[in-house]
Design a protein around this ligand. Structure first.
Ligand SMILES: C[S@@+](CC[C@H](N)C(=O)[O-])C[C@H]1O[C@@H](n2cnc3c(N)ncnc32)[C@H](O)[C@@H]1O
Length: 307
């Protein structure tokens, strides 16, 4: 019954080991392994796949996650902006930035880019170790407690079987919490940047491509021709009131005629339920729909500016 998780790079490499034997549930993976996977993008995807940040949102991402949808977005961009127009783009909630780098490169082939800002709410985590217990924190909150073969989280996954499995997780989590807090106060600290190495490299070589931390619940500091929000406008991640704030932030950050590109999908290559909207004087106009459209289409399409 005792659940064991993935805490070493060898276990992470072993494909047969990624689910629990009996119930075939994904094992938790120590977030600290991200720093050991920097030369192996496929392995770092595995770490992010099971990584839930403090608000309960998955860090999950994948290379070529939505190529077909990106292709449609590029067509719309070509039709919407003249070839000589210098474009500024805000790509939000990019996780480690691999899908942002993908899109930057493709856009760079067809249009002039002035700046491409790729942001996420959580870009760095800290690991504090003391007496065999590691507390992983992000934005000053504990995200994981790693102890022996267990990777414990305050937020469990949903579902009945998972809930049963999580009881063990919760009990251990709360038993170890005082020790984890001690590790944070007195332990050895390691900082782990959650950036895809090629994206980090691009941000150093090309001043137009910028990676930084930004919470979409906060207003943007700049204005853009394009705001891209992939796999983040999910009804289980935010309340209706928070979505109002987010859509208002997107609207305010876009130039008139600017595009909001948004959609969600599962694994790389799966259908994107998404849409592209054009900002007009009173709100957003739907100009392209993929699959079932945006999961929050009523909110986006019902959005009205307060004049
Ligand atoms: C499922 S991942 C999507 C990553 C990438 N866009 C993709 O489609 O592969 C969701 C990301 O949203 C980020 N996130 C969660 N809440 C956020 C917020 N309020 N503001 C900005 N990013 C947020 C998480 O840290 C996570 O990296």
């Amino acid at each position: 019954m005792f659940k064991t998780d993935i805490t070493t790079i060898e276990e992470l490499k072993d494909k047969s080991n990624r689910q629990t034997r009996l119930l075939k549930q994904p094992r938790n993976i120590a977030a600290t392994l991200y720093k050991d996977t920097l030369n192996n993008p496929e392995l770092s995807e595995k770490v992010l796949r099971e990584f839930i940040e403090d608000r309960g949102v998955y860090k999950r991402t994948a290379a070529d996650r939505f190529s077909a949808f990106d292709g449609e977005a590029l067509n719309v961009i070509e039709l919407s902006f003249a070839k000589n127009r210098l474009l500024s783009v805000s790509d939000v909630a990019v996780s480690d930035g691999r899908t942002a780098l993908d899109f930057f490169e493709k856009l760079n082939n067809i249009r002039l880019i002035e700046k491409y800002e790729a942001s996420d709410y959580l870009c760095v985590v800290s690991a504090y170790e003391k007496n065999g217990i590691t507390a992983v924190t992000g934005n000053n909150k504990i995200i994981q407690i790693i102890w022996k073969k267990c990777v414990l989280t305050e937020r469990g996954r949903v579902g009945l079987i998972r809930f049963a499995l999580n009881i063990v997780n919760y009990i251990l989590y709360y038993l170890l919490l005082p020790k984890a807090k001690e590790a944070i106060a007195e332990g050895d600290k390691t900082e782990i940047k959650l950036f895809y190495p090629n994206a980090l490299l691009k941000s150093k070589e090309d001043s137009r491509f910028v990676l930084f931390e930004h919470n979409i619940l906060e207003p943007f500091a700049s204005r853009y021709h394009i705001v891209r929000a992939m796999n983040i406008l999910n009804p289980s991640y935010f309340s209706a009131a928070q979505f109002e704030t987010i859509i208002n932030n997107f609207y305010s950050s876009l130039f008139n005629g600017g595009l909001l590109i948004t959609g969600s999908n599962q694994d790389a290559g799966s259908v994107v339920n998404g849409a592209i909207y054009k900002k007009n004087k009173s709100g957003f106009e739907l100009i392209y729909k993929s699959g079932e459209g945006s999961a929050i289409k009523e909110i986006i399409e019902g959005y009205k500016t307060i004049v």
